[in-house]
Design a protein. Structure first.
Lengths: 423, 497
């Protein structure tokens, strides 16, 4: 969820930034919004190479392109471009804003937070800076601060798209899935039809929220709609694959996830593909995929933008190497405390037999309010290991009531617990 | 209307570029209120009632520069805005007594092409706000409620009365006796309150155009006024740019006992006599957390705009901070303290050759804390937090009409601004002189700064509700350069140069 919200947020910020610039129109047929903005910015720069504003526009467009394609190479390009802008006009506000959004894209959350705070002090009326603050705080697990920033976005410009997206993401984290859906729907209705990537991403998000709430018919339609609007949209492919997994239509899920991985060859996408292949019963293919995933994930493990969460679950659930899972989890936990990191860390502790500490971490994650089938499953298993059958049953029930790949597992564990108690 | 918007847009762009233009009035001072004019607090007044020294009158003006002829709907209050008057009575900067006003709009005759019609097509002229004869043409009609919140208890003060807002003055055919309608809006509420709400003549006065033109005063009128002009409180020497425009006003008279912490009236020397006040507007907020009540899509009200002292947001707060200032609470104003201690406006005056004291300008904290001379009973520990509140010593009796000075407190009229604010107070000139440093040393920093607009073109109403009836849509004119309206100038014609 966090990456999807992050994508939406960045698209909205980049779009808002681009819209704020006064640029010369260029031929844009067949280009994505980011590509259009890149073309426009390059034209502006060629016309006025000594003007810093064109470089800001180009850097923002590159950030958006990075999000459209999930290609981190665009962040590097954006860094170079914004550097030029700041050389021409040191401390220019828009340049520094783009710089912070690059840090966010590169998952340098602490640095992004500090940068955003400094910008906020310089100009507290800038709505987008509150968006940067929100994003950094969400990623770091500072949810109260994130809520405050998002609320200021809503207050300063009621109904603005970037604020709606962030508020929707926070509502989901706080367990208000219906309320989150309402805001995403509102954002979708307010998004120009020409902004195809944003509309597809919002549709996919609406479908995912419906899916999580158990409304399978509705989410199927929304995913298909997203894929019609933007064929091959990675978020829609991934979400539809999750639906197929829940429906036990594993081969279809594999096809969808292969398509997504071809489009966005990131280790995190490969991990889910490997799991789907395994669920489809292709053990040998799955093993190959997992091995390749581990190789790729380890290569970026010491970077901030990594697949460490997936690596933790790989070592814990598939490779039976709990010590490695915990080592990676400790590294992540040292620099971020968002709910997903807490869940992964808690699970790594659990598979290493440290259930008391594991319980503390998973409960801290659930205390934020999130309603996630996987979290509840983990909480149930940890509680069961600690001998708290009542809590375990409650968590398994909560997981079973939701839609997700883990819901089925929770149902089985709940049945098993009930069976034991009847004996 | 489009022209007006263009002017405002131009003004806003000047706002961004020229610090001097920060000396504007409170009309559309922040980007957020430029987009939400019905929630824009233009001016806030608080003073001991002229005829009732045991009562305080508050005036909350919203929705700026209303063109009297701008039908068909004119400018009703916004049903979705909660208009508020807030009072701190224990020097902690937090409101202890709040009055809220909520309006409800009714369209009584949906087939009419305008909100107001009379004296034509068999519809009688509008002569009454109430149901029955004379109100048939009052198609767009607003009622309102007044709620007092004190000690956590909300009390609706209407006490069964239906309160009607007085509409704009459409013209003599439709509303042949507008003053009667105006007076019909005055209502007594139980508990000694009086209230009036409606469209009125905007009592603010200023040469807006000269200031927005990078402090380009009219020849002979500024920035340093001649002694003759400076001492003339009854004539204008430059055009009052707000002349002929209306504003939406809410006026409430409150017994002092309802405002003080202990429910008593105190002498001026007693700190318990001093209250800190501000006016604000709020809307139901879209909140990050889902609302427990989806019908209003909010759990709480979000402040849109506020005003305590005149011109603080305009003359002191930086442009990148204005929205945050507007939407935050006075108790959080420490974050803006540097703008007071190092005011950009002082630098602008200095650039014009006006001597100003060095920073930090702690003398200006009198506007943001409880201090003598407004609060002679306050010691250092009573100063309270930095908070933009209009402080009023309720123990200081009102100055008799005729003896009031436009320069208020600094001219020895201690019942005037910044001890509260009356419509007559020339807050623009007073603020200029405060920034100049008159509170530090009136000899060294006492040039008679001003814009040459010393009074209100339409005059003042010296009795409740203290605002003048709205200007006529058909017959009113505005005051501009080369036009009549500057009675201090030869022939009454306003200067162009």
């Amino acid at each position: 969820m966090k990456k999807k919200i992050s994508l939406l947020c960045t698209i909205m910020i980049a779009a808002a930034f681009a819209a704020a610039q006064d640029t010369t129109s260029v031929a844009t047929a067949g280009l994505s919004p980011a590509e259009q903005s890149i073309a426009e910015a390059r034209t502006a720069i060629s016309e006025k190479p000594a003007e810093y504003a064109g470089y800001n526009l180009l850097a923002a467009a590159l950030v958006r392109r990075a999000q459209e394609t999930s290609s981190v190479a665009f962040y590097s390009q954006a860094e170079d471009v914004v550097k030029k802008s700041l050389e021409l006009a040191p401390n220019n506000f828009d340049g520094e804003k783009v710089q912070v959004s690059i840090l966010l894209g590169e998952h340098q959350y602490q640095a992004a937070l500090e940068g955003a705070k400094a910008l906020n002090q310089r100009m507290p009326d800038d709505v987008m800076v509150y968006g940067l603050l929100t994003d950094a705080n969400v990623a770091l697990g500072n949810y109260k601060d994130a809520e405050d920033s998002a609320q200021w976005m809503l207050n300063l410009r009621p109904g603005n798209l970037p604020a709606l997206i962030r508020a929707a993401g926070l509502r989901e984290l706080f367990g208000e899935n219906e309320g989150s859906y309402e805001l995403v729907q509102l954002a979708y209705q307010s998004t120009p039809p020409t902004d195809i990537p944003a509309r597809a991403a919002l549709l996919a998000q609406m479908g995912r929220l419906r899916f999580a709430s158990g409304n399978i018919d509705s989410d199927e339609k929304l995913f298909q709609q997203a894929l019609t609007v933007s064929p091959g949209d990675p978020a829609a492919l991934g979400n539809l694959a999750e639906l197929r997994i829940a429906q036990k239509r594993y081969p279809e899920a594999v096809t969808l996830l292969q398509q997504r991985y071809r489009s966005v060859p990131r280790p995190a996408n490969l991990y889910r593909l490997a799991e789907a292949i395994q669920l489809a019963g292709q053990e040998s293919e799955a093993k190959k995929a997992f091995t390749e995933f581990e190789r790729q994930a380890l290569q970026e493990s010491d970077k901030k933008d990594n697949a460490n969460r997936e690596l933790i679950f790989y070592y814990a659930d598939h490779a039976q190497q709990p010590a490695k899972a915990l080592k990676i989890a400790q590294l992540e936990f040292a620099w971020r405390r968002d709910v997903y990191t807490l869940d992964a860390y808690g699970w790594a502790l659990h598979v290493n037999g440290q259930d008391a500490e594991a319980s503390k971490q998973i409960n801290a994650a659930l205390a934020v309010g999130i309603r996630d089938a996987k979290f509840f499953l983990h909480a149930g298993e940890i509680s069961a290991k600690l001998g708290d059958r009542t809590a375990a049953e409650r968590y398994f029930q909560q997981s079973a009531q939701l839609n997700g790949a883990e819901s089925e597992q929770a149902r089985n564990l709940l049945a098993s617990l009930t069976e034991k108690s009847e004996r | 209307m489009k022209n007006l918007k263009s002017i405002v847009a131009l003004a806003m762009s000047l706002f961004m570029l020229v610090p001097a233009s920060l000396f504007a009035s409170s009309h559309r001072e922040a980007p957020i209120t430029a987009l939400d004019r019905s929630a824009d607090v233009t001016d806030w007044y608080a003073f001991v009632s002229y005829d009732h020294p045991d009562k305080v009158t508050f005036i909350l003006n919203v929705d700026p520069l209303l063109e009297p002829a701008n039908g068909p709907n004119y400018f009703p209050f916004d049903d979705n805005v909660v208009y508020q008057m807030l009072v701190d009575n224990n020097q902690d900067g937090i409101p202890d007594v709040t009055f809220q006003f909520r309006f409800t709009t009714q369209i009584r005759n949906p087939n009419l092409f305008t909100g107001f019609v009379g004296g034509i097509a068999g519809i009688p002229p509008i002569t009454s706000l109430h149901n029955g004869t004379g109100s048939e043409g009052l198609s767009l009609r607003q009622t309102y409620t007044v709620t007092m919140i004190k000690n956590g208890v909300s009390t609706v003060l209407n006490n069964g009365q239906t309160l009607y807002a007085v509409p704009s003055n459409v013209g003599p055919l439709t509303m042949p006796n507008y003053p009667e309608l105006f007076n019909e809006g005055i209502r007594n509420l139980t508990g000694g309150f009086r209230v009036w709400a409606g469209t009125a003549d905007d009592p603010f006065f200023i040469d807006l155009g000269a200031f927005f033109d990078s402090v380009n005063f009219r020849h002979g009128t500024g920035p340093v006024l001649t002694s003759a002009i400076d001492t003339d409180d009854t004539h204008n020497y430059a055009p009052d740019a707000v002349g002929g425009y209306n504003v939406n006003s809410i006026v409430l008279e409150v017994p002092i006992q309802m405002l003080t912490a202990d429910g008593k009236i105190h002498p001026a020397s007693d700190k318990r006599a001093v209250i800190g006040t501000y006016g604000s507007t709020a809307r139901h907020a879209m909140t990050v957390r889902s609302s427990p009540n989806p019908d209003v899509n909010s759990g709480s009200l979000q402040q849109v705009n506020r005003e305590g002292n005149a011109l603080i947001n305009e003359a002191i707060i930086g442009t990148g901070f204005k929205d945050r200032f507007s939407m935050d609470f006075p108790i959080h104003d420490a974050q803006f303290a540097n703008f007071v201690l190092d005011p950009v406006a002082a630098g602008v005056l200095s650039s014009l050759g006006v001597p100003v004291p060095p920073n930090p300008r702690t003398d200006l904290l009198i506007l943001a804390q409880y201090e003598p001379p407004i609060c002679p009973g306050c010691g250092a520990k009573d100063a309270g937090p930095v908070a933009d509140l209009l402080r009023l010593n309720t123990g200081i009796p009102p100055t008799a009409v005729g003896s009031q000075k436009r320069l208020g407190f600094i001219a020895g009229d201690v019942a005037g601004y910044p001890n509260g604010r009356r419509p007559i107070d020339d807050v623009f000139d007073i603020s200029l002189r405060a920034i100049e440093g008159i509170l530090v040393d009136s000899t060294k920093f006492g040039l008679a700064l001003g814009d040459g607009v010393n009074t209100k073109t339409e005059g003042f109403n010296n009795s409740f509700p203290y605002v003048m009836p709205a200007n006529s849509g058909r017959n009113s004119v505005h005051t501009g350069p080369g036009q009549a309206g500057c009675t201090g100038q030869p022939g009454g014609i306003c200067p162009t140069e």
